[in-house]
Design a protein around this ligand. Structure first.
Ligand code: TXA
Ligand code: MG
Length: 344
């Protein structure tokens, strides 16, 4: 199958492909998503196949107007209405209890809830309105790989497997939406993102954060949390204290590995980096770093021969929670500690 690149002038054509049951990747302010008509079971099953996604990992339903919600979800509580008024369109995915049989179990993984999101991207809102159907929207990467922040990343992972990609340039935020479960007694954050715990608590009161780690025998609340994520081929190690970078580079070299380094401009400017080390700047701050994290991981994999990627850690304040959540997953929780430098 030839995978087309749709420009913003081709939204009608992309919408027609969706309506006909084909897969079209779409831009959002967080990462690119892989779209299919959420009411077409066969189309949705092709999304799992194209991504290589485990079939028990449910999908987000991406919508362009709140009215669509009432078709699928139980009547909205006041808190849910407040979240919608405050954060939509935007980087908040809301888990809601469903009406019986409102969505196929191919979308929900058999749960009696579903995840809904209205992204802040005008091209995609227009795409959904033109297609006239809600679309499923997992990130448009091969399962396990970093989420795509450019149409080129989608093309790399999914070319030949999907009908097309609506290209709206680089995404703004760079990490996926915050997920809040509103089907539980106390609203619970299942995945941190650009909408922070404090922002949520400010408008709806008590919110349970995502501090709790899922044990091996527990069923995770967001099924996707149990899978390996965002992992480039090279091993990622987190450097929490920027003054450790020199020691971390020496540690990588002592293992005959080739190092790639991801850090902010100010950290890089204070570091003498050996010529053999590949460098990718994370920009000035944690917002820029979140925007560039997945692109950096892909850069090292595709354009360099590094075997170890040392990446700067941040505090988990604000957007730092989302950044560190994704970085910890891509690193398999591997952090540099100074005693590593005396490892053999
Ligand atoms: O920013 C985003 O949310 C992007 C863009 C494309 O919209 N989408 C995205 O989708 O990140 P995905 O499928 O990669 O992540 C959705 C997560 C998965 O971990 C899934 O397990 C969880 O949401 N999820 C979906 N439905 C759920 C439900 N009913 N209950 C709990 N978790 C759910
Ligand atoms: Mg994903």
């Amino acid at each position: 199958m030839e995978t087309k690149i749709y420009s913003l002038d081709d939204i009608d054509e992309a919408a027609a492909a969706l309506k006909a049951g084909q897969l079209v990747a779409f831009p959002t302010e967080t990462v690119y998503g892989l779209g299919a008509d959420a009411t077409n079971v066969e189309a949705v099953s092709h999304v799992y196949a194209a991504k290589g996604r485990p079939s028990d990992n449910p999908l987000i339903v991406t919508i362009a107007d709140v009215a669509t919600l009432t078709r699928f979800a139980q009547p909205l509580s006041d808190k849910v209405k407040t979240l919608i008024d405050t954060f939509w369109p935007g980087s908040l995915t809301i888990i809601l209890p469903l009406k019986p049989n409102a969505l196929s179990k191919t979308v929900t993984g058999g749960l009696d809830t579903a995840a809904f999101r209205m992204p802040a991207n005008n091209a995609t809102l227009k795409l959904i309105r033109t297609a006239g159907v809600p679309i499923v929207g997992p990130s448009a990467n091969t399962s396990g790989k970093p989420s795509p922040t450019l149409a080129e990343h989608v093309y790399h992972d999914l070319k030949g497997k999907i009908a097309g990609i609506l290209d709206d340039g680089p995404t703004d935020v760079g990490v996926e939406s915050t997920i809040i479960d509103m089907s539980t007694e106390i609203p619970t954050i299942l995945r941190p993102g650009a909408v922070t715990e404090d922002q949520l608590a400010d408008v709806i009161g008590e919110v349970r954060g995502n501090k709790h780690k899922v044990g091996a025998n527990e069923t995770p609340k967001a099924p996707g949390m149990k899978y390996k994520h965002y992992a480039p081929t090279a091993q990622v190690t987190i450097v929490d204290d920027p003054t450790d970078f020199a020691a971390a580079v020496a540690w990588v070299s002592s293992h005959n590995s080739k190092a790639g380094l991801m850090a902010t401009d100010s950290v890089l400017s204070q570091l003498t980096v050996p010529d053999s080390v590949e460098v990718f700047t994370l920009g000035p701050d944690v917002a820029a770093a979140s925007h560039r994290l997945f692109a950096g991981l892909r850069h090292f994999d595709l354009e360099t021969d590094v075997t170890a990627i040392l990446t700067q850690g941040f505090s988990t304040d604000g957007l730092g929670a989302a950044y560190m959540n994704r970085l910890n997953k891509s690193a398999g929780d591997e952090h540099f500690t100074n005693d590593k430098s005396i490892d053999k």
